[in-house]
Design a protein around this ligand. Sequence first.
Ligand SMILES: [Zn+2]
Length: 339
Amino acid sequence: MKTNITIAGHEIQPGEKKTINVPLPDLYTSANIDMPVHVINGVEPGPRLFVSAAIHGNEINGVEIIHRLLKSPDITHLKGTLIAIPVVNVYGFIAQSRYLPDRRDLNRSFPGSKKGSMASRLAYLFTQEIIKQCTHGIDLHTAAIGRTNLPQIRAELNHGMEIKKMACAFGAPVVMNSKKLLEGSIRQTASQLDIPILLYEAGEALRFNEVAIKAGVHGIISVMQFLEMLPPDGSHCDISKKPLLAHSSSWVRAPQSGILRAVAELGTHVEEGEVIGIVSDPFGDNEEKILADGCGIVIGRTKLPLVYEGEALFHIAHFHEPSGVIKAIEALHELHGSD
Ligand SMILES: [Zn+2]
């Protein structure tokens, strides 16, 4: 692979660091809009890793993860190239919205097209300028608005050993195998281009979550060490250890509309038939218990107590060894503090 890289017409030589403002369509006020891309090109050649955040404009934990990653002294003396894009969906970020102004979801618009919708054009630009120039990728997300996720890696583990090892190196307490990738997602495009990509899901939209952020920075550095972009420091994950892989997961839904009193916290172990919440009307009459549909760990849940019948409330992942996951969650809080 060549050691210089060109993004939006700007060349970055080996040993150079640059922030490039990739021009996007203006706001209708006529103000200019750019997508900031920070490139650190190491002196020595090596993998090219992109780390992207806020493809969903209101998922801001990843923005802070990239901020701290770029400030970290650990990433000096980098081999290969790190391309960091803290805010991909700049319009959604400004509007504090998941979507683009055309109400489309950018993560359903990849690989995009030059003459398509606003979302499709942005996806196309990102595919051409970033994804196609890289050998590996990490995309940072949080749960959608009103929900929260336990730090977890989602990856197409059947795609090969490299992606499996990256998922393991990240060191999140939970790894979910994506057997089928969402149509139009960045992961589907990367997969079709044979670029191993991890999705890190942690925390909630429009909030910073300290554990999720610290675990994210640590995870990215661990993956960079596995890729030999950074020297090992002994603190990164042992990739010979089996990842704590969920064999399945399911959403427990509201049995009726009402006010939710959630019992099960994120990261707790639940048994089949255990009461994990109660939904009732505002007077407390017509109470209905919500039961866990199987033994597992709560990896996602709603934060909003106002629910409609059928709404997804608790995301439960099922493991062969749930005790290992509980230990990993405890270790995560010990390492990164709790909040
Ligand atoms: Zn997202």
